[in-house]
Design a protein around this ligand. Structure first.
Ligand code: SAM
Length: 192
């Protein structure tokens, strides 16, 4: 798992609102904390926060600083360690460029969606690609999800996570944890 080259991106623009209009979403501090902790747990090397809004970029910087250098660092050093993975960039292209610098090779970019129609990349196939050490950037949306402009920049869309019936309203934090476990989790714990 350690050699796998994978990063995650949380896109705040371009995403859509409930009417399908393209918007820039505000940062949700819990998203940063929870995605960073999931990323650190599953061996993800970088977590790009993608927002063109300078006030939101500064907010992310302040949050990270608090847990890495402020009172928070003494209170809970594990948080600082997870937040170290974060890089704040203005757009998806900058995240791809960052991944390229990180691994010396342009990453594949995989989108995540709750629905919308295929074709999908299944998780079994996705794990095979990762095991071949291809660098991959997995992106998640905020608000009502990734806008078509963002999806068009992706090489594939991962199969949506499905529950037991038609209800499918996961938060991005929960969806990211499930996606990372499917892509990178070591076992189902049955002792196989
Ligand atoms: N209707 C939106 C969509 O189709 O993605 C839901 C947006 S959801 C509130 C925010 C983000 O969480 C999505 O952009 C996606 O990254 C992730 N997400 C939520 N549910 C998901 C699911 N069932 N499968 C995969 N990703 C999901």
């Amino acid at each position: 798992v350690a050699e796998i080259k994978v990063g995650v991106g949380l896109v705040h623009y371009p995403v859509v609102d409930k009417n399908g209009k393209i918007i820039a979403a505000s940062l949700t501090p819990t998203d940063l904390h929870d995605l960073a902790r999931s990323a650190r747990t599953y061996g993800v090397e970088r977590f790009w926060i993608i927002s063109p809004l300078t006030d939101q970029q500064k907010l992310a910087g302040r949050m990270i600083g608090f847990w890495q250098m402020g009172v928070g660092a003494d209170y809970n050093p594990n948080r600082g360690e997870a937040l170290e993975l974060i890089r704040v960039v203005e757009d998806l292209e900058a995240a791809v460029a960052g991944a390229n610098r990180c691994w010396g090779e342009k990453p594949l970019v995989w989108a995540t969606r709750a629905g919308g129609g295929g074709p999908w990349l299944g998780f079994g196939q996705a794990r095979q690609v990762l095991n071949q050490k291809r660098p991959v950037l997995v992106i998640f949306g905020t608000a009502w999800g990734l806008a078509p402009e963002a999806l068009n920049l992706c090489d594939a869309v991962l199969a949506p996570i499905e529950g037991r019936d038609g209800y499918n309203h996961l938060s991005v934090r929960s969806a990211a944890a499930v996606v990372l476990d499917r892509l990178l989790g070591r076992s189902l714990g049955d002792g196989e």
